[in-house]
Design a protein around this ligand. Structure first.
Ligand SMILES: Cc1cc2nc3c(=O)[nH]c(=O)nc-3n(C[C@H](O)[C@H](O)[C@H](O)COP(=O)(O)O)c2cc1C
Length: 187
């Protein structure tokens, strides 16, 4: 059974991407995956600085996150778009979690992992400019990103009270994307 870790690139209360991540997690569960939904707010870290790492090592929160990532086959990431790019939270988290310690070889959180990428925004483009940058970022970490993506434009009105997607196009593309991710993890 594919083990999937799902998270949002926003820790904002009422984050649209957290809602999309939760909807994708529910869909992945329906498709038989073993799903862990986390909030990056539970894994805080200061902005990466090499002197800080030399003096204090990797933050305990990031150590835990690395273990959780290493224990999963794939990730579903729903991210906001900030000025066309991935947000600093994701960039910082990815940087910290790429750091090795003790007898680790390579990037234990990333090597051999698969990922599916999504974006939600209140505007009309749904984070479309950010998605290729997120794909490249993950590829540089050694993660295989499955083809395609989900964009959720006008996301403030895209969810029912129970969190389900009311945007049918996004719901359909999320089902397909998750299916591809699970197939890739099981291959
Ligand atoms: C610094 C900043 C830059 C932003 N740039 C973009 C952008 O380039 N494209 C876009 O669609 N929305 C942009 N937005 C609006 C976000 O899409 C919106 O705040 C969204 O709700 C953030 O995701 P969240 O709801 O998951 O926190 C920006 C917001 C901030 C704070």
């Amino acid at each position: 059974m594919a083990k999937l870790l799902v998270f949002s690139g926003s820790t904002r209360a009422n984050s649209l991407n957290a809602k999309l991540a939760a909807a994708a997690a529910a869909i992945a569960q329906q498709q038989g995956a073993d799903v862990t939904l986390i909030n990056l707010a539970d894994y805080p870290a200061s902005i990466y600085n090499g002197d800080d790492e030399t003096a204090n090592g990797i933050p305990e929160s990031i150590r835990q996150l690395k273990k959780i990532m290493a224990a999963h086959d794939g990730f579903i990431i729903s991210s906001p778009e900030y000025n066309g790019h991935i947000p600093p939270l994701l960039s910082n988290t990815f940087s910290w979690a790429s750091r090795a310690e003790n007898d680790e070889t390579g990037m234990v959180a990333y090597t051999g992992k698969k990922a599916a990428i999504m974006g939600a925004s209140p505007g009309r483009l749904g984070g479309i400019r950010m998605l290729p940058r997120l794909r490249d970022t993950l590829a540089e970490l050694g993660i295989t990103v499955v083809p395609g993506f989900v964009t959720l434009p006008m996301a403030t009105s895209a969810f029912a009270d129970d969190g389900a997607l009311t945007n049918e196009a996004a719901a359909t593309s999320t089902h397909s994307l998750v299916q591809r991710l699970i197939a890739s993890c099981n291959a």
